[in-house]
Design a protein around this ligand. Sequence first.
Ligand SMILES: [Zn+2]
Length: 274
Amino acid sequence: MPELPEVEVTRLGVDPHISGKTVTAVIMRRAGLRWPFPPDLPDLLKTKTVLRTGRRGKYLLLFFANGTLLIHLGMSGHLRVVPAGSPAEKHDHLDLVFGEQAIRMTDPRRFGAVLWHDATDPLPLAEHALLKKLGVEPLEDNFNSELLYQATRQRKSAIKQVLLAGDIVVGVGNIYACESLFKAGIHPEKPAYKVNRKSYLLLAQAIRETLAAAIQQGGSTLKDFIGVDGQSGYFQQSYFVYDREAQPCRICAHPVQRIVQGQRSSFFCKHCQK
Ligand SMILES: [Zn+2]
């Protein structure tokens, strides 16, 4: 599933091909994915220029003078840059054409979404139903350990669950939560309100480093955004604990443990994480 780093790498990959460029056609090959596509999308976008790209949580944002296009990659979606008019395959559902190039949205499981927020909407984009409950961006300056500490004083649920909830900080999915908690030495089942300031300092740093490293690693695959070879911008990292049940901890060599929290696997080292 695309996580924040994959979405950011996707943004970095498509941005040079679309920022400042004008949409010449919109090709919708089905009525929608998770939700219907805006039926008037071709009218909204044709002859309009992408002013810039952005991202909020896992939503990719394309800013136009007349509104903002929100793209979510769902469980299996990705975007590629293709020559305009190149033959579409079964799961290629949407093309935004910019003259001789297009960005093509492919999504086999169809949990992705493409939504329009019109500039005339009285509600600001930040108040959009899908965006307004999102926590702070982990790679921006307003994310820090004091925010984590203050926001968790009443939170009795496990720190891992609080990270995944996304209402304090976005983008810390299962892999990155496991890895960040390991680096910070925090047991995933520790109640969030019991984690002290010093541990939150380590955790905030670990979250930033883990996500930044994933984005940097994904950036090395950016060339794959051009071409027709399919899978773009997703990448495997070497993890400390994630998906390493029973293998030796890379720090202390004790076997990595797996437990299930909220139907998700948590991987941790009981020796290194308290
Ligand atoms: Zn260990």
